[in-house]
Write a protein of this length. Structure first.
Length: 278
């Protein structure tokens, strides 16, 4: 593929996943936890070239929470700083109930994640039955929230396609391939290519690589015409043995590499156009 061709030159959407549900300050001292810290991290990522922020909230003790009011505070504080796309998680932590996980949807964000199935998640199991997927998707449709379809393996793409044929998930779809999770699909280039080849024509996609797979999959996504997710949720290091100073540092690197390849970075409004949010 000639990455400098006009056909290739759709601008790159960079999503920053700031906190996640698993990372702690013991592992990454620069992890944003409070609403103020998360909003400021989102703003710094925006300045570095990020157009969308993927948010997991934490409670006052630093534990994962899906509480509506906490997400509301983060959303309002983030939107007071910049026009970045605010994308809350509906995955939460593995122990959250479906009812808890759905709470951020009620804020009517432009997008929210929707995990397309159940998978092993290291020592835990992330549960999302097809019945619950349909409940989440129907509520998102009612509120005008576009789902980002999180797929941890190829069977989840098949589920998305099947539900799209039933009209439960609207097309064109936007996929997020989350690769390298222990217990799910790996994060090698062949894994990414298999996922890309499996989605319907006209779909958009982002790739997220966990741990050591983050940077290689980020670069592959730039070259292959997809979009990129980076941040502490997926990886806490800048390079082997060196903790990243901030989420914005990881975003800045991706923006720089993409520009060096000749691919420009989408601002939030350009990302909205690419994703069909406006």
């Amino acid at each position: 593929m000639n990455i400098l061709s006009e056909e290739f030159m759709e601008k790159l959407i960079i999503t920053a996943c700031l906190t996640g549900a698993e990372v702690t300050r013991n592992k990454q001292p620069n992890l944003p936890l409070t609403p103020d810290e998360i909003a400021e991290a989102a703003y710094q990522c925006y300045l570095a070239g990020c157009s969308m922020v993927h948010v997991h909230a934490r409670d006052k003790d630093g534990n994962p929470t899906q509480d509506y009011e906490v997400y509301k505070e983060i959303k309002e504080k983030t939107e007071s700083k910049c026009n970045i796309i605010f994308q809350p998680s509906t995955g939460g932590a593995t122990y959250h109930t479906p009812e808890q996980r759905m709470q951020p949807i009620e804020l009517k964000p432009e997008m929210a994640t929707l995990s397309m199935g159940t998978c092993n998640f290291a020592d835990d199991v992330f549960m999302n039955t097809e019945k619950n997927i349909q409940i989440f998707a129907n509520r998102m449709n009612e509120l005008g929230v576009k789902p980002e379809l999180e797929c941890f393996e190829k069977g989840m793409i098949d589920t998305a396609i099947r539900l799209a044929k039933k009209g439960i998930i609207k097309s064109p779809m936007h996929f997020d391939f989350v690769l390298g999770v222990p217990g799910a699909m790996g994060g090698e280039l062949r894994d990414l290519l298999y996922m890309i080849e499996s989605i319907p024509s006209g779909s958009t996609w982002t790739a997220a690589g966990v741990g050591k797979y983050q940077l290689p999959l980020n670069i592959a996504s730039i070259i292959l015409g997809g979009h990129v997710r980076t941040g502490f949720e997926d990886n806490i290091y800048y390079k082997k043995g060196e903790l990243a100073a901030s989420n914005a540092q990881l975003v800045e690197r991706i923006a720089r590499i993409s520009k060096e390849f000749g691919r420009e970075i989408a601002n939030p409004d350009e990302a909205r156009n690419i994703l069909g949010l406006r």
